[in-house]
Design a binder for this molecule. Structure first.
Ligand code: TEU
Ligand code: CA
Length: 539
């Protein structure tokens, strides 16, 4: 177990993301709940993770599955009660698992009491909690568009003003320029710290310094000032984990967010590696350019060394399943899931496993009516209006839609995959007959045990945390190989990204080295389809 009283404990940790709506239902309403998370803590302890990043469980109308919060200090009845949350924190702690809550500070729900007050009159004390501009009903303040479709401005006829909503009209942006808002949010964070929460994942934190009049959303001029204020006032304890989600982060800005001087956050959660297989927008699906991926990782690995800290991940609740995306879910599901895991977990940073990733869960293909996500529904219409056929639009959604990651967790091969006794809110993937936790736990060669081993390795060999990264054969389009070196320890990670046999990659130094982990028996000679090897020597 990690010593979590140590300041940088999260550098040796592995986190697991729970998307509670899809994890485990315990009362038959088809929706996962907090008691379900409690029930599955033993499973997570077996996997070996040190913490759970829990997607939002706050009171919410669920327009964006809880990323639209109506009350930051209440648990949504759909997920349970405050007592369940407190029990989860306690029970997790007993198993060495820290609970990290999701903080959505950029916007609230349009049902939040602050917003209901704010929109009721221009003189209301809460009015200035949000961002308002005067204007005529047919003419929004500017052309900015919302992430989930339509204008970024919504008109409220009663007061003759527009409010700013970067994501959707149900998610009005908070006015961070108002110090009272910042104070409220800091107090709210302290409420959760007092309950024993061990840290926070900060949703779209790069957006809080926005300046809509200048079309600025990310990286606004006061962004880092606000984050430093949060650190001073809300994240007071050095041992709290803080993770900033920032789609816009570059290596340079990441050094600010995750400055080792501790003035802002512990680590960034950035997506550059997740955007390389798209064209102009996320629905433009391209094959993975492996050479670009390798160079992207190299830039981040070397660029943050000693001057920042990164998150390592291949999935979350907004992304498709990686085995379907970069692996081969049909022919080489198990091998490619393990290869991708080794590629990711061999690097410097803090790994995050998204629920079901440790089983090699795959994407799903549903009829358009069966999807729930507001982004998918909107994107489908937009793709059609841009001239794509319904088939083409659906293909893009099959490849990139967020509901790929949100199908119920596959626990067993039984009814509804053991997720629920009722009708699940989103269909279960039919491959649960083969892909499920019970089967994985019974099979020593499963993807699950490969992840378990990766987590254990990170705790055993300091080189995983500290080693300097060197990319081998940068121009090789099929194989991704790198080394890590620190304190006399040397690690080699080799990953065949194809179903072809490739020549062996083994620098002289690693001849005769110990194999820490591999996804085929007898790991030597040419690389078999999606083969991965982790070799280790200590001088
Ligand atoms: O996501 C940030 C974000 O920018 C996403 O909208 C992202 O662009 C999109 O999912 C890519 O398809 C965070 C949360 O992770 C996401 O679930 C929320 O919908 C969003 O913020 C708004 O809170
Ligand atoms: Ca339930």
């Amino acid at each position: 177990m990690l010593d979590k009283t140590k300041k940088d404990w999260w550098k040796s940790a592995v986190f697991y993301q729970v998307y509670p709506k899809s994890f485990q239902d315990t009362n038959g309403d088809g929706i996962g709940d907090l008691r379900g998370v409690i029930q599955r803590l033993d499973y997570l302890e077996t996997l070996g993770v040190d913490g759970i990043w829990l997607s939002p469980v706050y009171a919410s109308p669920q327009k964006d599955n809880g990323y639209d919060i109506a009350d930051y200090r209440a648990i949504d009845p759909m997920f349970g009660a405050m007592e369940d949350m407190e029990e989860l924190i306690r029970e997790a702690e007993k198993r060495g698992i820290t609970i990290i809550m999701d903080l959505v500070l950029n916007h609230t729900s349009d049902r939040h009491r602050w917003f209901l007050e704010a929109r009721s009159s221009r003189d209301n004390p809460y009015h200035d909690y949000y961002i308002w501009r005067d204007g005529a009903p047919d003419c929004p303040p500017n052309e900015m568009t919302a992430t989930f479709g339509g204008s970024a401005w919504t008109y409220v006829p009663e007061i003759g003003q527009w409010y700013f909503n970067q994501f959707s009209p149900w998610q009005p942006d908070l006015n961070w320029e108002n110090p009272v808002v910042r104070g409220e949010l800091c107090e709210m964070i302290r409420f959760w710290v007092a309950k024993g929460v061990g840290g926070f994942r900060l949703d779209v934190i790069d957006n809080i310094g926005k300046e809509p009049d200048h079309g600025i959303t990310c990286n606004g001029p006061r962004l880092h000032e606000y984050i430093r204020e949060l650190r001073r006032r809300a994240f007071r304890e050095d041992t709290l984990v803080t993770v900033g989600e920032a789609w816009s982060a570059s290596v340079e800005t990441a050094r600010q967010y995750a400055d080792p001087d501790g003035s802002e956050l512990n680590m960034v959660f950035q997506f550059e590696h997740m955007c390389l297989d798209s064209g102009g927008e996320k629905w433009d699906v391209l094959p993975l350019p492996l050479v670009r991926l390798k160079k992207c990782y190299e830039r981040w690995q070397t660029g943050l060394r000693g001057s920042g800290w990164n998150s390592l991940f291949l999935e979350n609740h907004d992304l498709p399943r990686v085995v379907s995306r970069w692996g081969d879910e049909g022919n080489w599901r198990v091998q490619s899931a393990k290869m991708l895991a080794a590629m990711c977990h061999g690097m410097q940073g803090t790994p995050y496993i998204y629920q079901g990733e440790e089983l090699g869960m795959t994407n799903i293909r549903l009829p358009i009516e069966a999807y729930d996500d507001l982004e998918i529904k909107n994107a489908y219409q937009e793709l059609l209006s841009k001239g794509r056929t319904p088939e083409e639009a659906l293909e893009a959604i099959y490849a990139r839609g967020r509901d790929n990651a949100r199908t119920p967790m596959q626990w067993t091969d039984g009814e509804n995959a053991g997720f629920s006794d009722g009708e699940p809110w989103l269909p279960v993937n039919r491959n649960c007959l083969a892909v499920n936790a019970r089967a994985a736990l019974a099979d020593p060669d499963s993807v699950f045990y490969f992840y378990q081993r990766l987590i254990a390795l990170r705790k055993t060999y300091p080189v995983f945390r500290d080693g300097a990264f060197t990319l081998l054969d940068p121009e090789d389009e099929k194989c991704f190989a790198y080394t890590r070196d620190a304190g006399g320890e040397h690690l080699l990670v080799v990953c065949n990204f194809t179903a072809e046999e490739l020549p062996e990659v083994c620098p002289e130094q690693f001849r005769g080295a110990e194999t820490l982990l591999a996804n085929y028996p007898d790991p030597a000679g040419p690389l078999r389809p999606y083969e991965t090897r982790m070799l280790y020597i200590k001088a």
